[in-house]
Design a protein around this ligand. Structure first.
Ligand code: SF4
Length: 509
């Protein structure tokens, strides 16, 4: 029997939406969102292979694992660690296969580190690849076309340590038709969006529900890029969710802010149980939005649009970017005023970064503004791999530090939490939130208990934090008790983000 060791390396740097705070607080490692890639690949591996999975965020990589083949997969944020592990396994005589988004976007950087490079999507080439690996006749490179998602199998979640992931994951589509200059998604997933059938999505949800998940990330690049198909899928999910025997599921996904113009889709989101949406607002500067091709953000007031989502019971998390060519030194004050006026507790703030494969990357190379010291095209969230146009790199970092620490000061965060809670609507009543994890299967209860512990640690970390947690908790209990699970989610994000700031020296000195 051929043994294959599938590895998802840890991401570097630490991420806003990671869960390293659990291990830091003395608990076992945890994942914010279960790693979907490995169970997806595992479902394509023939039954006569022995499969072992390793999510390095949860368990250490075993360099001496008795495996015939080591297969590594990862995004750009995992590239450094992925290539380091590949070299270590090859030194031990293992056959190393590398695939995934980074391998597809930067094949020349990956090729010297592996025996087999897999570019593109694996579904259409999986049979040939694994036959060749079994027979020892593998080729140096396989190139997969964009897959037809209607025929993809259910991911092998039975192989994954589900007791350490807070949220499950289902991908319902791939690709995005927009062309934001900084984004690498159209380069590796295509501009024509492909979709799974609603029956496939529901079958995947059934599996995750049976494993105890009561919260799932719909891991699409842009869930609402095709509103017609999103409406059909949401209708199917709502019908499925209404009949769950043991508490309903809530969902999070990524969507464009222009969806706020469509009351029908917002109503369907609420009915399906969609409670959290990540929306890339990026900047209050119209000039910067135009520069980066974010046309979907340009024809409406962003705060009014966020309020529309909140009225439908959908909490918004947003990305913020500083360092566009149009950004002058005043951008930090403008961003600060924007954040203070927004009922959005969680922002992922970062410098503009040119990812490999993005149009911005090509433009920066052509204009000689790409910094050589970031070999993988990514950087810390608050440093950049490009030379800014209107300020020095030092000024960009100093402005980001100041802005980030304002956004996550206990006072400002508490203000935005209260504003969000006051606006969250219940007019469109979705499924009831799970009552304190009561209905979760036993294996997931430890993780829920540890989340409550984390929030207790947060409240004990200083007087301002204590006042903030108390204020938010009291406000929710008195006025919006149905949203207490959401409050817990936000405080968990807050604890992780402050941890990232602390560990990377981003807090004020
Ligand atoms: S940032 Fe979002 S909307 Fe823009 S191209 Fe990427 S996935 Fe699409």
């Amino acid at each position: 029997m051929t043994t294959i060791y599938l590895i998802s390396p840890r991401a570097e740097p630490l991420a806003y939406f990671g869960a390293e705070i659990y291990a830091h607080s003395g608990f076992a490692g945890a994942q914010m969102v279960a790693d979907l890639t490995m169970p997806t690949v595992a479902a394509l591996i023939p039954a006569d292979f022995h499969i072992r999975l390793c999510d390095e965020h949860l368990t250490p990589v075993d360099l001496d694992a008795p495996a015939d083949i080591v297969a590594l997969t990862g995004k750009t944020s995992q590239a450094g660690r992925m290539l380091e592990l590949a070299d270590a396994f090859r030194r031990r005589g293992r056959i190393v296969v590398i695939g995934g988004p980074y391998a597809s976007l930067s094949p020349d950087k990956v090729r010297p580190h592996c025996d087999v490079l897999v570019r593109g999507e694996i579904e259409g080439i999986a049979a040939a690849l694994f036959d060749d690996l079994r027979a020892g006749t593998w080729k140096a490179e396989y190139v997969g076309e964009a897959a037809d998602l209607a025929s993809t199998p259910i991911p092998r979640w039975d192989l994954y340590p589900n007791d350490r992931a807070l949220i499950g994951a289902v991908q319902t589509s791939r690709g995005c038709p927009f062309d934001c200059e900084f984004c690498d998604v159209p380069a590796y997933a295509g501009r024509r969006q492909r979709h799974k059938d609603p029956s496939q999505v529901v079958a995947e949800l059934d599996v995750l529900y049976g494993l105890g998940y009561r919260s799932v990330f719909l891991a699409d690049d842009n869930f609402t890029a095709s509103r017609r198909r999103a409406k059909g899928l949401l209708t199917a999910i709502a019908a499925w969710n209404r009949t769950r025997p043991d508490g309903s599921m809530t969902f999070a996904t990524q969507m464009s802010v222009d969806v706020a113009k469509d009351d029908e889709i917002l109503g369907l989101c609420a009915q399906a149980g969609l409670a959290v949406a990540f929306v890339g607002l990026e900047t209050p500067s119209e000039e910067s939005l135009r520069e980066t091709g974010k046309r979907q953000n340009l024809d409406g007031d962003p705060i009014e649009r966020i309020n529309r989502l909140l009225e439908h019971g959908i909490m918004v998390i947003s990305g913020l970017i500083v360092g566009f060519d149009a950004d002058g030194p005043d951008i930090f004050d403008r961003q600060r005023r924007f954040v203070d006026s927004a009922p959005i507790p969680i922002f992922s703030l970062g410098a503009l970064v040119a990812s490999s494969g993005s149009p911005l990357y090509d433009r920066m190379v052509q204009s000689g503004r790409l910094l050589a010291e970031h070999p993988y095209g990514t950087a810390q969230p608050w440093s950049s791999n490009i030379i800014p146009q209107q300020m020095s790199g030092e000024a960009l970092l100093a402005g980001l530090r100041h802005l980030g620490n304002h956004i996550y000061s206990p006072q400002a965060f508490g203000d935005r939490m209260v504003a969000m809670l006051d606006r969250l609507g219940t007019a469109c009543v979705g499924p009831a939130p799970v009552p304190n994890g009561e209905s979760l299967v036993a294996s997931r209860k430890a993780l829920m208990r540890q989340t409550a512990e984390l929030i207790k640690h947060l409240a004990l970390s200083g007087p301002a934090e204590k006042a903030m947690v108390t204020r938010i908790g009291r406000h929710a209990l008195r006025h919006r008790p149905q949203f207490l699970p959401l409050v817990q989610t936000c405080l968990r994000f807050y604890a992780q983000i402050r941890h990232v700031y602390r560990l990377t020296g981003f807090e004020p000195t």
